[in-house]
Design a binder for this molecule. Structure first.
Ligand code: CS2
Length: 497
C-alpha cells in the first residue's frame, strides 16, 4: 500500500507521480469565470474542459471562482477550501478501468451565506467576463402554471427586502450587475449550464422579471450589456459514493474528501454569444453553433427523459441503479419504443446528427455497469424535471395527434411512485421540493387518478386533454392491477404486432 497523501496544492508535485495533475502554474491564473453551483456536474464538465484548456500556456485569464450559494453547500465549500480548490475526477470507462486526474481550474471559491458582499464584489470584478450557472432545473424559479417568475417564493421576497444580503441567484446577479453599471464596466455573459430548453433564454427572462421589480433602472443596461447564450451540456455524473473515496485511497494513495466520478462521454454545444469574450473551449472539444435549440431538445427529450423513464419505472420495480433498470430487457424495449415512437417525431433541425446512433449510444451509456448511477439521484426533483424532460414531448405529440401512450404510462407510474412505496412494499427515498403536494395528490389519485394531474405548476392544462387523461387513467389502473413489468410487456407486445 502506498503512503497516503492529502490532496492539496503543496502535495501536487508528489501526487503527479501517481496520477495526472495540472501542469500549469495555478497561481498565474486569473479568475475570468464565476461559477455558481459547484456540484459534481460542474466539476465533471465545465471545470474539466477549462482545466484542459489551461494547459495551453497562453491561456491565463480563464480560471474559475466556484461559488457555493446555499447553506446546504457548506460541505463542498469546506472541501474545496481544505484542498485549495483541487479535486480528483475519476472517469469510469466502459471497460471497467478508471482514468483519474486532478483538476486545477477552480482557483478560487466563495461561500455566499458566509459573506454575500464578497460574492457580489467578485461577480462585479472587471476581470470576470462570464458567470456560469448550474443551479438545477428548479433554480430558475419558473412556474409552469403561470408561465412566469414565481414572486410568491419566500426566498425571492427575502431578496427584494434585503438586496445587500440575498439568498437567491437573482438577488446576487442583480446587485452585481448594478455595481457593474455604476462602475461603467463593460458587458458580461451569463451562461446557464442547466438542463432546460433554451436555458439562456430562461436565465434572461427570469432575471429580467426579477430586475423589473427589484431595480427597474437596470433593465435596459442588462438588455444592452449582458448576453445569455443557450447551451447543451452533457456528462452523466452520479453522486460520489463512500466506495469511490476509499477506492481512491486504496488504489492511488490519495486522500480526497470529495472526488467526482463520471462517464467517459461528454458533450457541450454552445451558442457563440459572449459579449465580453470567452475561453477557446472548442480547442478542448466543445462545439460552438449558431442555434443550439435542436441539440438541447434532443438531449433533454432523449437522454434526460430516458433517465426519468428508467428511474421511475425502475424504482417502482425495486432497482437501485440506472444500469440495473436498463438491463431489464422489457424496460429497455419500452424506452426504445418511447424514443422511437413518441420522441423522434418531435425532433427536427438536427443536421449532421445521426439520431439512430445517438439513441443507440444512450442505451450503451445508461447500461455502463461501472457508473452505478443512483436511481434516487435520477428521481430526485422529478417535479422540476418532468415539465422539461417529458411533458414537452407530450404536448407536441398531442398537437399532431401522435401517440402519448408511453409518456402517459410514465406519468401514471410517477403518480404511484409518489405514494412512497415500491412494488415490494419498501419505502422509496423521495427527494423533491414538492414532495408533500405530490404525496397528497397521489393519495387522492388512488380513488381518482386524474387528481395527480391537478398540480398545475407541473402539468399546466394537461388535465384538459381527453386523449392524455384517458391514456394516463388506463395506464394507472393497469399498473395498480398488474404491476409495472406486466404492463410494460403488454405495451411492448402491442408495438411488435
Ligand atoms: C439526469 C441528469 O438529473 C437527471 O435526471 O438526467 O443529471 C443527467 O445525468 C445529465 O444531464 C447528463 O448530462
Amino acid at each position: 500500500m502506498k503512503n497516503i497523501i492529502n490532496l492539496n496544492q503543496n502535495n501536487l508535485a508528489k501526487i503527479a507521480n501517481r496520477i495526472a495533475c495540472p501542469k500549469y502554474n495555478r497561481s498565474d491564473i486569473k479568475t475570468g469565470i464565476v461559477h455558481v453551483g459547484i456540484g459534481g456536474f460542474h466539476r465533471a464538465h465545465e471545470a474539466f474542459y477549462t482545466d484542459q484548456l489551461l494547459h495551453d500556456e497562453s491561456v491565463k485569464d480563464w480560471g474559475i471562482c466556484g461559488v457555493a450559494l446555499l447553506d446546504f453547500d457548506t460541505k463542498i465549500y469546506n472541501t474545496l477550501k481544505e484542498q485549495d480548490g483541487l479535486y480528483t475526477l475519476i472517469v469510469k470507462e466502459l471497460d471497467g478501468s478508471f482514468t483519474k486526474r486532478v483538476i486545477g481550474s477552480i482557483v478560487d471559491y466563495l461561500f455566499a451565506p458566509e459573506n454575500p458582499s464578497k460574492v457580489i464584489e467578485k461577480m462585479a470584478s472587471p476581470d470576470v467576463k462570464i458567470i456560469t450557472l448550474t443551479i438545477t432545473e428548479g433554480g430558475y424559479n419558473y412556474n409552469e402554471a403561470t408561465k412566469a417568475f414565481d414572486f410568491d417564493n419566500p426566498l425571492i421576497q427575502h431578496d427584494l427586502e434585503h438586496p445587500q444580503a440575498p439568498k437567491t441567484i437573482f438577488g446576487y446577479l442583480t446587485e452585481a450587475l448594478k455595481l457593474r453599471q455604476e462602475r461603467g464596466l463593460k458587458g458580461i455573459t451569463i451562461q446557464s449550464c442547466d438542463n432546460i430548453q433554451g436555458n439562456g433564454h430562461m436565465a434572461k427572462n427570469m432575471l429580467l422579471s426579477y430586475v423589473k421589480k427589484a431595480a427597474p433602472e437596470l433593465v435596459s443596461w442588462i438588455e444592452n450589456n449582458v448576453s445569455f447564450p443557450n447551451s447543451m451540456v452533457d456528462r452523466i455524473t452520479p453522486a460520489t459514493s463512500p466506495t469511490d473515496i476509499s477506492n481512491l485511497v486504496e488504489t492511488s494513495g490519495i486522500e480526497d474528501a470529495w472526488p467526482v466520478v463520471c462517464e467517459p462521454f461528454k458533450q457541450w454545444v454552445i451558442e457563440d454569444d459572449f459579449i465580453a469574450g470567452r475561453p477557446a473551449w472548442e480547442k478542448v472539444g466543445a462545439q460552438f453553433v449558431e442555434d443550439v435549440v435542436p441539440f438541447e431538445k434532443m438531449k433533454l427529450s432523449l437522454l434526460n427523459a430516458g433517465h426519468s423513464v428508467l428511474g421511475i419505472l425502475g424504482d417502482l420495480m425495486g432497482y437501485a441503479t440506472i444500469d440495473e433498470s436498463v438491463h431489464n430487457n422489457e424496460i429497455k424495449k419500452f424506452l426504445t419504443n418511447y424514443m422511437n415512437i413518441e420522441v423522434t417525431p418531435t425532433l427536427a433541425g438536427l443536421e449532421g446528427v445521426n439520431l439512430d446512433e445517438y439513441k443507440q449510444s444512450l442505451l450503451q451509456r445508461f447500461g455502463n455497469i461501472y457508473i452505478k448511477d443512483q436511481i434516487d439521484r435520477i428521481c430526485s426533483e422529478s417535479s422540476a424535471k418532468f415539465p422539461i424532460f417529458i411533458l414537452p414531448t407530450v404536448h407536441k405529440q398531442l398537437e399532431k395527434n401522435g401517440s402519448v401512450e408511453f409518456a402517459s404510462f410514465v406519468v401514471a407510474a410517477w403518480a404511484i411512485y409518489s405514494l412512497g412505496k415500491n412494488e415490494n412494499g419498501k419505502p422509496l427515498l423521495i427527494k423533491d421540493a414538492m414532495k408533500a403536494i405530490l404525496n397528497e395528490k397521489a393519495i387522492l389519485a388512488k380513488e381518482n387518478p386524474e387528481a395527480f394531474l391537478e398540480i398545475a405548476s407541473i402539468f399546466g392544462k394537461l388535465k384538459d386533454s381527453k386523449i392524455f387523461v384517458n391514456a394516463y387513467t388506463k395506464a394507472y389502473t393497469n399498473i395498480v392491477k398488474y404491476g409495472v413489468e406486466k404492463c410494460v410487456i403488454a405495451i411492448n407486445n402491442k408495438v411488435d404486432k
